[in-house]
Design a binder for this molecule. Structure first.
Ligand SMILES: Cc1cc2nc3c(=O)[nH]c(=O)nc-3n(C[C@H](O)[C@H](O)[C@H](O)COP(=O)(O)OP(=O)(O)OC[C@H]3O[C@@H](n4cnc5c(N)ncnc54)[C@H](O)[C@@H]3O)c2cc1C
Length: 478
């Protein structure tokens, strides 16, 4: 059995695994990523079909303005040059009109007043803006597993806790009433759409602070990777050793070390960073105490997931890359009336083509229990429904669509070992101190990614990675 005592093993090569590996390698550690799939990226990967490149799930990189953890992380890893910032970050199509979500507060308020005039808009949106910058640029310390950790976490976060205590305690609906009094149904849906895509939840289930941060997302600097999201992830992890097609099937603990087993054999490590979906990989933990520890959090795994339609359009030049469409009701076989559309310029044989990734929410249990025949039929129908919407919205014309196909939670399970791809929903029940931290009570066992602090996406995962570094830096070095 090979012993790799100086190495740090990272399981999973998504945003969390690749960025942790990148940052730790930058700091002089020898990291090795074990990835189940044939390539890195996870939900933020890319794939090729018929020579076209498609982004799998995540398409936006947010938090690209100065001092946000995403920008700090990507600058440190020297990959910022691969990202193009877009402004407006997202174009939102509501039944009452189109709202461009610009980075600038004043322009955004003008846009919102044009479609949803409200006397409270200036005060409300200024609060959204200021809160977003204050909270998301903060350096967090999150470790609630020891007396010392609890005290340190509270002391380090006291400024934020003190300032936003009330916003944290009151419901989003109460906060909205205080700022905007009466709001029109379409305005409510416009805000709910932000909560759905950022927090994987809805206004009724979140506190006021989560609502403000969800609405603030487009203020943080939104961009896309010019080499596809998967290309970006590969660049980030380039200094690490990467072992693809290496699913970890068992993790044992022997004294202070971890033994990883897979079809590649077995390897021993001193330190382990779990960057894979823990709830759907519970079977790999062979140490009872570790297993029991993670089982405490299993209720955080939800039935929420996504269904996606990918496609290629020829001779089409969209003016904006990211669009959020609000419908009156969900499409059949989906669970939300918000549809996110991303375009990505892809070139083949010198001809300009645009590929698209369209996503909306669905329930994992719904697709899991279908008979093969029904499953295929529903996928086909969903494909048609989405293409019709795209045609209506952008006037694309069906004859310009070269190719299109669908992915369901079952597709994600096959490739990425996870059906629920939304991460932990940011609800009142799943407050930040109730979710797993990036450190665990077990020496040298760490956790990053959207099953842990600080929830999903580039912004949440970057905050978690900085918390991980802050917690373990000294320990790893010794
Ligand atoms: C449809 C959709 C759209 C989204 N859009 C955005 C967006 O625009 N912007 C944004 O910031 N976020 C977005 N998100 C959220 C974001 O994609 C995720 O939060 C993030 O990619 C999760 O990264 P991760 O590294 O935690 O996990 P994952 O992406 O799940 O990566 C985990 C990796 O572990 C591997 N793995 C699993 N099991 C094992 C095993 N046993 N052994 C070895 N390897 C294993 C998997 O193959 C995978 O590569 C979106 C998510 C979805 C589903």
């Amino acid at each position: 059995m090979q012993r790799n005592l100086k190495k740090l093993a990272i399981i999973g090569g998504g945003i969390a695994g690749a960025c942790s590996a990148g940052l730790l390698s930058e700091n002089g550690y020898e990291t090795i990523i074990f990835e189940k799939n044939s390539g890195l990226g996870g939900c933020a990967g890319s794939f090729k079909r018929q020579d076209f490149i498609f982004n799998i799930g995540a398409t936006t990189v947010a938090g690209l303005l100065d001092d946000f953890p995403v920008k700090r992380l990507l600058s440190k890893l020297n990959v910022l040059k691969l990202i193009k910032i877009v402004d407006p970050g997202i174009v939102i199509h509501t039944p009452k009109g189109v709202i461009n979500r610009f980075g600038c507060l004043e322009r955004t308020i003008d846009e919102i007043n044009r479609v949803f005039h409200n006397k409270g808009n200036l005060r409300f949106w200024s609060t959204v803006y200021n809160t977003t910058f204050d909270i998301l640029k903060f350096n967090y310390y999150h470790n609630f597993y020891s007396f010392k950790g609890n005290i340190k976490s509270i002391v380090r976060m006291k400024h934020i806790i003190f300032r936003y205590f009330r916003h944290f305690l009151i419901s989003a609906e109460k906060g909205l009433r205080e700022f905007l009094n009466q709001i029109d149904k379409d305005y409510y849906d416009f805000m709910d759409a932000h909560v759905k895509i950022v927090a994987q939840s809805n206004i009724k289930e979140v506190n006021f602070l989560t609502l403000l941060l969800s609405l603030g997302y487009p203020f943080t600097g939104v961009g896309y990777s010019e080499i596809g999201m998967g290309g970006l992830i590969n660049s980030i992890a380039q200094k690490s050793k990467i072992q693809c097609n290496s699913e970890i099937k068992e993790i044992y603990k022997s004294s202070d070390r971890f033994i990883l087993k897979g079809d590649f054999g077995e390897e021993i490590f001193d330190s382990l960073v779990l960057a894979f979906p823990i709830f759907e990989n519970m079977h790999v933990f062979r140490d009872e105490k570790i297993k029991k520890f993670f089982e405490k959090y299993i209720h955080l795994n939800t039935d929420n997931s996504a269904v996606l339609v990918y496609g290629v359009v020829k001779n089409f030049h969209p003016t904006n890359i990211f669009h959020l469409l609000i419908l009156n009701r969900p499409l059949p076989d989906t669970s939300s009336k918000y549809i996110f559309i991303s375009f990505y310029p892809s070139s083949i044989n010198g001809n300009e083509h645009i590929t698209f990734t369209v996503s909306t929410h669905t329930k994992t249990s719904y697709w899991m229990n279908l008979k093969r025949e029904d499953y295929d039929k529903k996928k086909k129908q969903l494909n048609i429904n989405i293409l019709k919407l795209m045609d209506k919205l952008f006037g694309i014309g069906m004859d310009k669509i070269l190719l299109s196909f669908v992915a369901t939670p079952e597709t994600f399970y096959r490739y990425l070992n996870r059906r629920s791809v939304g991460g932990i929903p940011i609800t009142k029940k799943n407050a930040f101190f109730r979710i797993p931290s990036n450190v665990t009570p077990f020496k040298n066992l760490y956790l990053v990614g959207d099953n842990s602090f600080c929830y999903q996406g580039w912004i949440g995962i970057s905050i978690g990675i900085y918390n991980l570094l802050c917690n373990i830096y000294e320990k790893i070095r010794t």
